[in-house]
Design a protein around this ligand. Structure first.
Ligand SMILES: Cc1cc2nc3c(=O)[nH]c(=O)nc-3n(C[C@H](O)[C@H](O)[C@H](O)COP(=O)(O)O)c2cc1C
Length: 229
């Protein structure tokens, strides 16, 4: 498997001088090029979780590619969505078979995940290129990425086009999660070490975290808190 040592990955920091007056910049989408809007959106909607989607084509060729336009739609029943920007092999396979696996990329698999994003022709198997193991799934026909700590087997509900995005919505039919990431019955985020996508080729780790209790209205009232403006 293609791998990197995340401890030695290039640190990405930006040194810049911000205007001290708190001024804001106004931008109308109609005045911006598609490329600029893409750059803005992918710079501000961050960090994005990554659905590393594995499928099998109607011809049997396995496929796996990352999609960072990815979210939970419902937990009861469990429904997830990702977006294919334009028509790609993943989308074609999902439409042809109605089944796919969403794998989670962690620090150990991030380089392999990135390699899967190369513009391979449809007859090329990204598993083979990235040195990944296609594991048989429990419920669906699509293979899972054996090296991923989490594989979520999913059945297609619908594909809906919005602009240049094809929203792929599917119901989870099976979770396969590495025992090593559990502490009791919960997945420990530090053990999972999932990665998120920033813009371009920049990624974020999920190992630097902090906790913030969510307040309740009743609790705030008990503390004698009032609106402050
Ligand atoms: C971290 C990462 C996230 C990506 N997210 C998306 C995405 O949300 N939607 C998309 O269409 N392509 C995304 N891409 C690009 C696809 O992975 C790439 O176009 C890939 O070749 C598609 O493969 P396929 O043709 O086998 O489906 C992403 C690439 C990377 C590296």
């Amino acid at each position: 498997m293609t791998s990197i040592d995340p401890a030695n990955a290039t640190a990405t920091t930006t040194a810049h001088v911000s205007p001290a007056d708190g001024s804001k910049r106004d931008l109308a989408p109609a005045d911006l090029s598609g490329r600029r809007i893409y750059g803005l959106l992918t710079s501000v909607v961050v960090p994005r979780p990554i659905a590393w989607v594995s499928t099998r084509g109607a011809d049997g060729v396995p496929n796996v590619a990352p999609h960072s336009y990815f979210t939970v739609i419902s937990s009861d029943p469990p429904i997830l969505a990702f977006v294919s920007t334009g028509r790609k092999d993943t989308l074609r396979n999902v439409e042809a078979t109605g089944e796919y696996v969403i794998n989670i990329a962690d620090e150990a698999t991030v380089a392999a995940m990135n390699l899967c994003a190369a513009d391979f022709p449809p007859d090329q198997d990204e598993f083979a290129w990235a040195g990944l193991t296609p594991a048989p799934s429990r419920v669906v026909g699509a293979p899972a990425v054996a090296e991923s700590p989490v594989s979520i087997e999913t059945r297609l509900i619908e594909v809906r086009q919005y602009g240049n995005g094809f929203l792929v919505v599917g119901e989870v039919v099976h979770f396969r999660i590495a025992e090593r990431v559990f502490v009791d019955d919960r997945v420990d985020p530090g053990l999972l070490a999932a990665v998120g996508r920033m813009s371009g080729s920049t990624y974020a780790r999920t190992t630097d975290r902090f906790d913030l209790e969510r307040p309740t209205y009743a609790g705030l009232r008990e503390q004698g808190r009032q609106p402050v403006r």
